[in-house]
Design a protein around this ligand. Sequence first.
Ligand SMILES: Cc1ncc(COP(=O)(O)O)c(C=O)c1O
Length: 385
Amino acid sequence: MEPTPHPAAPAEFPLDQHLAYLNHAAVAPWPKRASDAVIRFSLENSRLGAAHYPQWLEVEAQLRRNLAALINAPSPGDVALVKNTSEALSMVAAGLRWEPGDEVVITNQEFPSNRIVWESLKEQGVIVRVADISRDDVTPEGAIEDALTERTRLLAVSSVQYGTGLRLDAEHLGALCHSHGILFCLDAIQSIGAEPVDVQAAQVDFTMADGHKWMLGPEGLALFYVRPEVREQLQLTEFGWHMVADRGNFDRKDWEPAADATRFECGSPNLLCAHALEASTSLLLEVGLETVRERIHQRVTHLASGLGTLPGVSAITPDSPGRRLGIYTFELSARDTKAAQAELFEQGVICAYRGGGIRLSPHYYTPWAVLENTLNRVEALLRVS
Ligand SMILES: Cc1ncc(COP(=O)(O)O)c(C=O)c1O
């Protein structure tokens, strides 16, 4: 049965009626309030320049509060604003002091950024060990535990895998890392904004996420959380006027890094993106992340059961709702799956080819009719094959 649409949804998402937008795991559309914020900011810039800069900084401060709320950070001062997820991962990789023989454990399903940054440490003698979380003889967390050794310094995983949509148990992994004295780095770009994330409960040392997926913001502004207790362990790799404790005192010649996470922000902030992301995240917080999660689950479950009735469709994403979040990926046996994805896209079903299958990723507001329409289109594709 079709659940009632969220009251905020129709006005906030004036998406073109021809599109079935199921690509939030790639790049999401902005809610109306985010595009309004950008228009206002743009007009203000051309009329007044930066005359209201202090007010812009208030928007940025509100954004930091919103982001801290989305991940349950102890304080907004624990959240740095950086360029993207890959930059934050690179700051962790380049900022830790490594010894030859140190090991980093990742998984075999990671997005390239969460593999390449660790492989870049090869010249320092760092070894990357890959846990096979596609095994069916053990849970993914069990496979990760199997890959840990005495030399493991850091575990780096995505909370939800970009291709298969597999959702890992972050709290379980955090406890595991904590008990072995291993740093825990969680790439949470496929979770933040889609469900409540709790960096404290999961004992996360580092987490990062760009705003353009589940947070419904623009590309190019990411949150980077570093657990306050490990902040000093992370050497700084970028420097400038903005990352110092006495910011704005341009006459001072001595300096020290800011005590809070702004030490990771070297220069002028991206205030254009900050206005947009503040607006998008305010919407998610108004709707409530529990509600967002529940509505995403309803939609993914509807797609999963509809696709499950079609002959020649097999799921790549796990069946169990606890093992998935906003991604549902499937393949076709009677057709070339990649060609079928291209055909769906041509027809206005905005989806991606990832992890060997067609990846659908609805958000909380996705109209039920979009899901029905997509299921009909997949069925029609199978009929003509
Ligand atoms: C799990 C994961 N990590 C990282 C990224 C890349 O993020 P960014 O472009 O913000 O570096 C993606 C993008 O799809 C992703 O899915």
